[in-house]
Ligand binder design. Sequence first.
Ligand SMILES: Nc1ncnc2c1ncn2[C@@H]1O[C@H](COP(=O)(O)OP(=O)(O)OP(=O)(O)O)[C@@H](O)[C@H]1O
Length: 261
Amino acid sequence: MTVMENISALNTPLLQVDGLTKRYGARIGCADVSFDLWPGEVLGIVGESGSGKSTLLSCLAGHQTPDLGRVRYEDRDVLAMAETERRRLSRTDWAYVHQNPRDWLRMGVSAGGNVGERLMAIGGRHYGQIRETATDWLGRVEIASDRIDDRPSAFSGGMQQRLQIARNLVTSPRLVFMDEPTGGLDVSVQARLLDLLRGLVRDLGLSVIIVTHDLAVVRLLAHRLMVMKSGRVVEQGLTDQVLDDPQHAYTQLLVSSVLQV
Ligand SMILES: Nc1ncnc2c1ncn2[C@@H]1O[C@H](COP(=O)(O)OP(=O)(O)OP(=O)(O)O)[C@@H](O)[C@H]1O
């Protein structure tokens, strides 16, 4: 990129979402959701169970087709894209970290293989280099290099989640979707994972959309917050502002119920 292209990239949102709506029959999944995501920005999406967080995330990532609305990634219309192009984006520029790593890791393949496989999917062919990069990434997610040939089934839940993160980030994506990445883990394991995620997001300059019902997670990770209720965005703003001075009654309830715990 030239300097001018760099400056212009900084002035353009990475993702532009406009009026996104998804219904399941008569039921609303998400309705009229609009926002911009900027390079290097972490956007948190919170709301109680059934508020539409996962529906929104899966529509953004192209796993579901919305009924209405527009999604632009850089200068590309994501919804009008051919399936092959969207798949290519998912392997290169985008990553998706799911709540349950066991469903998304290849449990019969070694830890190193799980990471290396993603490099091979984008054209990596040199075995030595792939193994070296996989070892480096295991180190970055705090998995000892002598575990490289172990299968994920021999790993703890926290290690499996860290392996899923390495598998996702090894291809240097720019935009990472995360769906409850710390869900289902012990509190101390969650804290370590959050710390790790925060470091990676900062060091790699990632743009992230993270869905969670856990306000502590967004407090630590997200620059900006969107609060959803019944499929709609009821409040959005800078994370600290929204959490310290919630304007909408629903956000006030969310925040106060956490404080009572
Ligand atoms: N496949 C589906 N078929 C029908 N209705 C669905 C489907 N998926 C979600 N819904 C409905 O859409 C609404 C939003 O659900 P969604 O799973 O997006 O919420 P969520 O905030 O992610 O909840 P959770 O935190 O429990 O995952 C809910 O009313 C839900 O019942």
